[in-house]
Design a protein. Structure first.
Length: 326
C-alpha cells in the first residue's frame, strides 16, 4: 500500500464508512488488504465485505465503474460476489479529507473459504478455468452505463512505473518498458480483449464444495483475455506442489484449467502462444508494486525474496517457464 494512504487513514474514516452503510462499529472485523483497507461486517444477519480505498489509488469514477461491472456480471450469471449498496442506495461512498478522499464500497461475502492444500487438484483447476471462461464470455457483451473502466496501460503501476523504481534500477526499467511496448502492439478485438478481472489468483476467490466465487475486482481493466489465464498460471506456480519442476506443474495445471475454460469460452491458439509474454508482464509489474511499497525500515521477507529472485530473470530476459507448455 502507498505509504501516503496509511498516513491519512484513521478510525474516524472507518466510522464514517460504517455509518454510510448502516453498520455498527462493533459488527466490523478487520481482514487486512494490500491496496485498500478491508473489513468484514454483519448486517441483518448477513456477512458482507467493506472496502475503503483512497483517491491516490483509485478515483470515484474508477470505483463506480468497477461496481457497475460487478453488478452486470452477477446479473448475468458470473461466479462473483455481488455489490452491496449503501444506505443511500449508492454503489460507492465518497469521504472527503481535505484535498483528497477515501471511497467506501461493499460486496457480499462469498460462500466457502480460501483454497486449502486438500483442494489443490484437477477439480479446482477445472472449476477455476470454467469461472474465468464464463466471466470472459459475459464481458464480451458488456457496455458501460456511464464511464468505462480504464485500460490496462492506464493503470498507474504501468503508466507511471518509473516513479516507483529506484533510479539505480536502469535495466529493470528498460525491460519493463520493453514488455509494455510489446503488448501495446497487440491487436484488440471482441474475442481477445475486454474488461477483465486481471488478478484472479487463488487468494481472490473462495472455494465451496466445487464452486468458485470471485471477488476483489480492484485491478479490473480493459486488457487481453489471455492475461487472466497468465495470472492464474503465474500465482499457482508459486504454491507448493509435488511436481519435479515448475514446468511439469504448469503443464498439468493448464491442461485441467483450459478444460474448464473451454466449457464457457474459446481463445485461439495464437493467443495461448503469447502466454509467456503475459507471464513476464505480471513478473515486472509485481516487481514495480513491491518497489513502491517496500519499506527498508520494516522489510517484508516475502517481498525481499521475490525481488532478489526475479531481478536476475527480468534483467536477463529469462522466461518464467523453461519450456513450452502449450
Amino acid at each position: 500500500m502507498d505509504r501516503r494512504i496509511k498516513s491519512l487513514y484513521s478510525d474516524k474514516i472507518l466510522l464514517e464508512a460504517a455509518a454510510r452503510y448502516g453498520v455498527d462499529r462493533s459488527k466490523i472485523k478487520k481482514l487486512g488488504g494490500f491496496e485498500s483497507f478491508i473489513y468484514e461486517y454483519e448486517k441483518d444477519g448477513e456477512l458482507n465485505i467493506l472496502r475503503i480505498a483512497h483517491s491516490y489509488h483509485r478515483s470515484m469514477i474508477d470505483l463506480h465503474a468497477e461496481m457497475e461491472w460487478i453488478n452486470y456480471l452477477g446479473e448475468n450469471g458470473a461466479d462473483v460476489a455481488g455489490a452491496v449498496k449503501s444506505e443511500s442506495g449508492k454503489l460507492a461512498e465518497k469521504i472527503n479529507i481535505g484535498d483528497s478522499y477515501f471511497i467506501a464500497s461493499s460486496i457480499e461475502k462469498a460462500d466457502g473459504t480460501h483454497v486449502k492444500k486438500e483442494h489443490w487438484n484437477k477439480d479446482l483447476f477445472k472449476a477455476w478455468g470454467k469461472a474465468i471462461g464464463k466471466l470472459h464470455k459475459i464481458t464480451k457483451d458488456y457496455v458501460p452505463i456511464e464511464t468505462p473502466r480504464f485500460k490496462w496501460d492506464d493503470e498507474y503501476l504501468i503508466k507511471d512505473f518509473k516513479r516507483y523504481l529506484p533510479e539505480t534500477e536502469i535495466v529493470i526499467s528498460e525491460k519493463t518498458q520493453g514488455i509494455i511496448d510489446e503488448i501495446k502492439r497487440l491487436e484488440t478485438g471482441r474475442d481477445n480483449y475486454g474488461l477483465i478481472h486481471t488478478d484472479i489468483h487463488h487468494g481472490n476467490f473462495f472455494w465451496d464444495n466445487g464452486k468458485i466465487t470471485i471477488f476483489d475486482f480492484d485491478d479490473c481493466a480493459y486488457k487481453h483475455l489471455i492475461s487472466d489465464i497468465a495470472i492464474a498460471v503465474f500465482y499457482s506456480m508459486m504454491s507448493k506442489n509435488d511436481f519435479a519442476t515448475k514446468e511439469d506443474f504448469a503443464e498439468y495445471f493448464l491442461c485441467h484449467f483450459m478444460d474448464g475454460y473451454a466449457i464457457e469460452n474459446t481463445l485461439s491458439d495464437k493467443w495461448m502462444k503469447l502466454l509467456p509474454d503475459f507471464l513476464k508482464l505480471r513478473e515486472v509489474v509485481l516487481y514495480v508494486a513491491i518497489s513502491r511499497s517496500y519499506d527498508p525500515a520494516n522489510p517484508d521477507e516475502w517481498c525481499q525474496n521475490y525481488m532478489k529472485k526475479h531481478k536476475n530473470s527480468i534483467e536477463n530476459d529469462i522466461p518464467l517457464l523453461n519450456r513450452e507448455i502449450i
